[in-house]
Design a protein around this ligand. Structure first.
Ligand code: NAX
Length: 332
């Protein structure tokens, strides 16, 4: 007997990330090739025609697992009964726009979507925010969805983890599967902290395999922190294929038990975190899943002085972002 259909919401459905993500979801890559899914796709009204085109292409993909496609611009309709919500849609930073303006603009979107999820989503819904600034957008949505457990909210730092793994594997001349325990701490921004100190290569500390610690402290961190900007400079557009791939990886990591000796990165609520960070932030930690979206933060990792200083910078940035939006957005 086939499994019951899982309803997945994707916002920003006519955007570039969604154009790659939707087809991979439909093919069963994220939740398994025996899991029927329904896609509930949200866009702004002005993009609904383009979204109709995406829907037609999904139909033409003849995906046997895709049992239903709903499209629309009302989150209260689209989020009905969804068990997984991928909040990809957001406004890009316009010319002359400051970070503060972007936070406020996107804040409005995530207030509305948080409220809609709270009202109509499945009670066990898991939420992954991709739209930037994703940590703070996620914090806003979480605040407006008090019915949904706070542990169910994630902001995506998986792309950063994947970027870091590639750079370490490349430098150490090993295959990607030999790089494990690569954590990203903090904000999905240029202050993020790719943790080479606790990462492993062939089961040994990465710092033993890569002897050039100046490279690890300098170029490696800079490469990962600035990769998004480099891609925009080269491609003229932000990362889309790799971002969609990271969403698929993030879902798989969350819904499948994490293999022994591994962990994955996700930005989650800091409430009762084992590292003594202030509560009520969305901060990226190394996590382990026991399956079905249930996870714990990996405790007890060592922060050397270098990591500690960097983590303080990314923490301060998140506190600043929260302070900017707190009055108008969180408490509204
Ligand atoms: P696009 O501009 O191609 O697509 C975004 C889509 O969202 C547009 O079609 C827009 O109409 C729609 N949208 C805007 N407001 C909406 C709303 N209220 N409800 C539903 N849809 C809405 O951007 P794309 O390249 O797809 O990127 C999407 C977001 O991902 C951006 O905010 C981007 O900065 C962010 N990213 C996050 C990454 C991460 O690792 N967390 C990496 C990639 C990407 O930069």
């Amino acid at each position: 007997m086939s499994k019951p259909t899982k309803r997945i919401a994707v916002t920003g459905g006519a955007g570039q990330i969604a154009y790659s993500l939707l087809f991979r979801l439909a093919s069963g890559e994220a939740l398994g090739h025996d899991q029927p899914i329904a896609l509930h796709i949200l866009e702004v009204p002005s993009m609904e025609r383009a979204l109709e085109g995406v829907k037609m292409e999904l139909e033409d993909g003849a995906f046997s697992l895709l049992t239903e496609i709903r499209i629309g611009s009302d989150p209260y309709q689209i989020f009905k009964n969804v068990e997984l919500a991928l909040l990809v849609g957001a406004k890009p930073r316009g010319p002359g726009m400051e970070r503060k303006d972007l936070l406020a603009e996107n804040g409005k979107i995530f207030i509305e979507q948080g409220k809609a999820l709270n009202e109509v989503a499945h009670s066990d819904v898991k939420v992954i925010v991709v739209g930037n600034p994703c940590n703070t957008n996620c914090l806003i949505a979480m605040h407006h969805a008090p019915r949904i457990p706070r542990q169910h909210f994630h902001a995506m730092t998986r792309l950063d983890q994947n970027r870091a793994c590639f750079q370490l594997a490349h430098r150490a001349e090993v295959s990607l599967s030999e790089v494990t325990q690569m954590a990203i701490w903090g904000n999905h921004s240029s202050t993020q902290v790719p943790d080479y100190v606790n990462a492993k290569i062939r089961g040994r500390p990465a710092m033993e395999c890569i002897r050039d610690h100046t490279w690890l402290e300098g170029e490696f961190i800079r490469l990962v922190q600035n990769r998004g900007a480099e891609i925009i400079a080269a491609r003229g557009k932000s990362s889309a294929g790799s971002a969609a791939n990271a969403v698929i990886d993030a879902i798989k990591s969350l819904f499948q038990p994490t293999p022994a000796g591994q962990w994955f990165s996700s930005a989650i609520c800091t409430d009762r975190n084992p590292y003594g960070l202030p509560e009520d932030l969305i901060f990226s930690f190394p996590c382990r899943s026991i399956g079905d979206g249930l996870y714990e933060i990996v405790p007890g990792l060592i922060w050397n002085d270098f990591l500690r200083a960097k983590i303080e910078v990314t923490l301060n940035e998140l506190l600043e972002e929260k302070a900017i939006i707190e009055k108008e957005v969180i408490k509204r």
